[in-house]
Design a protein around this ligand. Sequence first.
Ligand SMILES: Cc1ncc(C[n+]2csc(CCOP(=O)(O)OP(=O)(O)O)c2C)c(N)n1
Ligand SMILES: [Mg+2]
Length: 595
Amino acid sequence: MKPRITPETPLRSPSGETVWGSDAIARLLHALELPYVALNPGASFRGLHDSLVNDVGNREPQMLLCLHEESAVSIAHGYAKATGRMMGVVLHSNVGLMHGTMAIFNAWCDRVPMLILGATGPWDAARRRPWIDWIHTAADQGALVRGYTKWDNQPASVPAAYDALLRAAQMAMTAPRGPTYVNLDAALQESALSHLPPLPDPSRFRAPEPPRPAPELVARAADLLSRAAAPVILVGRGNRTIESWRARVALAEKLQARAITDLKQAAAFPTRHPLHVGPPGSFLSDASARAVREADVLLALDWIDLAGTLNQAYGNAPVTAKIVSASCDVHVHRGFSMDYFGLPPVDVNLLADPDVVVPLLLEACRARPQAPAGGAPPAEDRRGNHEVLSLRAVADALNEATDGVDVCLTRLPLGWPGECRHFAHPLDYLGGDGGAGVGAGPGITVGAALGLQGSGRVPLALLGDGDYLMSVTALWTATHYRIPCLFVVCNNRSFYNDEAHQERVAKTRGRPVENKWIGQRIAEPDIDLAALAVAQGAKGLGPVTEPARLAPAIAEGIRAVQDGLVWVIDARVRPGYDADISGERAARLERAARS
Ligand SMILES: Cc1ncc(C[n+]2csc(CCOP(=O)(O)OP(=O)(O)O)c2C)c(N)n1
Ligand SMILES: [Mg+2]
């Protein structure tokens, strides 16, 4: 997809004799067809900034100015979630990188590709300006993000920078995908070159085709699944193509296997399908846990935290089901964070991308004619008359307002009742933020909206007030570049998730539950969330307090987004959740299963 937003067109610059180090780097980024670079400016990359504007003309990549580096990274994250494509980010020296780190961690945990360019004051101390170049030069800047990037490098010459950028792009796009970081020395960017080192041809440095598992392993997996009495598919991370979606459905139908999905990852299987066991959540529902426990063969398609899921279903009892795993996630495990989760037992390990594996299994499996034992009841479809604006009431209003409209949910709030919204297409929902770093929602939504331009889908975020407030200035990038999207802020005027935690602690310790709001409530004064949108050129509506008023408000917002606006609705929801999101219930079930 080519950039669709109106570029800020620079005046033509006179063609001079001199070529600069950063010109060479900018031309390579152009050759890589990087569509956008999100950034907040800084002197450490003033050379590159000049080259992007004046040498390559602010086109491929086109700059997206962001008001905070965390938004810049989240925008690239959302863009990759919606399109599967990588865009760039430029972060200023150590300080810009520090601002971007949480969002980089989210992108890493979510396995999305991203080319992050960094910059440092001149490594050659003799070329540093007093004071500022010294505080903005770090001995090993990449160390700040090495634990949650696939690769980092600080090239010392233009040919080395070519190599680093090609490698960074290739590695970011090789599954399991993720962010890579190339730190560009300010002095290298600002060096005059006697000639432009010849640009390499990026088509010769592309990410490799994904590997296919050995045919004998596929045959063994297919045999296990075809002979199973109660097969279950844990449908985890998958791509956003309709072909892969259909292949998953075809496999489940051929095997008459029940399918379980999860809200941490994007829509990957139709939730209304009779084989789907729901509702999807951050943890297994009771019905899903039962299905896992009763399965004799489990097929895990890059399922996030397979060991934890087995634990929830089995407790301490031995895992009796045979397990087939299709995932290559093991290739990105690093020592810093535990996003590799517990070590699950696996009987057939297909070390490959699940969307490569599914069509192979579909071909190799024999059809199982019988219906699955105790097929899942269809997910709930009830609509209520709501007296208070609960998350369930928000879901009903959303369903009413989006009837017949193609919407892409770019974010769901904590405590979302998974049974209240169905997914029928891979772009119906983009999944969580990967690292559970609050503040990701606004940027991810703007980036996804950018990627969805021209698709006919309305980008729509339902997000917490805490999430919105942490990164609300991401909206300005959307209004400035005319990237339409709709935000429905589920405003409980609290970091409520943690009120629930304080309540649990108080109960355990016999202390007053009434104190749980202290240090949590975002009230007195209430923040005018709509005004924060208006201040940035978006339309802001609310607070909406009446349940009956929300559906018309969302419908109006959708029309506005279709007309090209950025629209925010402050929906005053009651504090409290309609789903278990703490994992405490899951842990209780696990303990019960153990005893
Ligand atoms: C960066 C970051 N800070 C703090 C937290 C801890 N935390 C988890 S959920 C949450 C509350 C988020 O508030 P909001 O988005 O309003 O959702 P609510 O809990 O009210 O439903 C907090 C503070 C976190 N996960 N990430
Ligand atoms: Mg809140």
